[in-house]
Design a protein around this ligand. Structure first.
Ligand code: BEZ
Length: 266
């Protein structure tokens, strides 16, 4: 994940954040794991002796918190930079560089956990098929990702900027499913959906430059088709569009919308 950029496990078949820097990610994007601590706790409910896969582990903070329960955890991420940062920070936990579209696991895990990573892994149907294959019968998938409407104002800001500047549209690289779309994807992978929860989580982007820093980091792959000068112009125009919508006079607050689910392999 995460970069000045980004987040977590990305998939090698998806556009990659250009500059995943583990230290920067941990210091500037700590909200990614801090705000999902309960996902790894009361949602996952890891138990000692369980074998758990953390898919898109980023810098490994939640992986380590799951390991503290006594479960045997493997954290995987497509970013070698993130995995290197995770290994340095959490020496007792196992981390591997792996593509979520090519997981080598078959009926090995009691649970697969994923936080803030799946929206980078388009298309999701083969990923959920791999997850189902990795789970033991009765095993569970516990996930949080961007849900429908996630960071919509940021997306609108970039769309507005490219249109205003007469530039080609640049489609964002993420997938933010609705509850119904996610349930359909999970059921198609033969996972039984037990629980879903879509909710708004306004998220502070630290600093006066928080909007720009977020876009430069997480949006690096998104804006990569533009030249350097076009990118700079888009950042300026998008920030001007976003300011009356996301700047509250003291800080930037992005319109994060989350989607959580628990699904079980029958
Ligand atoms: C998210 O966690 O919702 C997210 C993070 C970076 C880019 C897009 C979405």
């Amino acid at each position: 994940m995460t970069h000045e950029p980004p987040p977590t496990a990305t998939d090698l078949t998806s556009p990659q954040p250009a500059d995943w820097n583990a230290d920067h990610y941990r210091s500037r994007h700590a909200f990614v794991f801090e705000s999902s601590a309960d996902l790894a706790g009361s949602w996952l409910q890891p138990r000692a002796g369980e074998h758990i896969l953390d898919l898109g582990c980023g810098t490994g903070e939640l992986t380590a918190s799951i390991a503290a329960s006594g479960a045997a955890v493997v954290g995987v991420d497509a970013s070698a930079e993130m995995v290197a940062g995770a290994r340095t920070a959490h020496r007792d936990v196992t981390f591997e560089v792996l593509n979520a579209h090519a997981l080598p696991y078959h009926a090995e895990f009691d649970a697969v956990f994923s936080n803030a990573a799946l929206h980078w892994m388009k298309p999701l149907d083969p990923v959920f098929a791999q997850v189902a294959d990795a789970l033991k019968p009765g095993g569970r998938l516990v996930l949080e990702m961007g849900g429908a409407g996630n960071v919509q104002t940021v997306i609108d800001a970039v769309d507005h900027a490219t249109r205003t500047l007469g530039l080609p549209d640049v489609p964002h690289p993420w997938t933010f499913p609705s509850t119904a779309q996610l349930a359909t994807l999970l059921e198609a992978a033969n996972l039984r959906v037990e629980r879903t929860h879509w909710f708004e989580r306004p998220t502070v982007l630290q600093g006066e430059d928080g909007f720009r820093a977020w876009l430069e980091g997480f949006g690096a792959a998104w804006l990569a088709p533009l030249g350097a000068e076009q990118r700079a112009a888009v950042l300026t125009e998008a920030e001007a569009y976003a300011r009356p919508r996301l700047w509250n006079g003291q800080e930037w607050v992005a319109d994060y919308r989350r989607l959580r689910a628990v699904a079980v392999k029958p």
